[in-house]
Design a protein around this ligand. Sequence first.
Ligand SMILES: [Mn+2]
Length: 323
Amino acid sequence: MSEFQPLFDQLYDAIKAHQTIVIIPHARPDGDCLGSAIGLRDILRTSFPDKAVYATGEETGYLKFLGSLDTIEDEVFKDALVIAVDTANQERLADTRHTLGKMLVKIDHHINIDSYGDIEIVNTNAPAAAQIIMNFYQSHEEQLTMTETGALALFTGILTDTGRFKYDGVTGETFLAVAKLYDLGLDTKPVYDALEVMSEELIRFKGYVLLNYQKTDHGVAFIKITEDLCKEYHVTTEEASSLVNELSRFEDSPIWVLFNEYEEQIVRARIRSKGPNISLTANQFNGGGHAKASGANLGTWDVAEELLKALDDVARTYKADQK
Ligand SMILES: [Mn+2]
């Protein structure tokens, strides 16, 4: 029996006990948070047709194939069970009415820095929140069911957060979850079609990234993306940020960073690693995440330079240790 079984039982009881359930992913959505939210919504709607089940939040172009989110009034939250997915801290939730419900559940795979749920199912070993949703499904397989829509959404969550099954954290459990999704009628074609397609603007912008990246002394590869640049190439900040792993291929670069500006020129960094733990550095720069994939909120470009210095030092130490 999994150590999470008692928590899954509590979640199941909470679902049974509530007539209205609202699922909330994080802001600036990715495949895992939307896949988890839409997948869980499908499971609950299909298994409990008498309940009112909603998923709120923000949609994003390349993930529209998952289905749309619900727009709900404040009153809907009254007496509702609210389930936040894939979101470490409350400020990041795409709908901050999460406290309006009767009970709040947190399902996440990031380090539990902000303990905000009445029930918290936080498994930092899971490579995707969607895998935890599947673990819950599998823990109550007799009582739960889902359609192809749910299978597609959960597969997308697992696929994107594991970098297509490449990242740390992928285990046999991941593939057992995916095997179950295939058994439930998963059709992967729409997922690969949607994820592989790129606008011409973004392809041109990818060319810009590959021609204009820079490297620090010890091989931290980075690219700085300004709002003006996004305007010039007609790409959104989110689209531009999706190119972060274009800088992953350099043999001598254990760390790579994509910087970009959000509204009012707030600079953020996406930091990735194929060796050293970069989450500790991200923590020092008002950010965090996973050992090999973190984000940081920098504010200004001056702080971006400081982050690069700190990461260059991490790369230097890492390379020295490798020798
Ligand atoms: Mn995730």
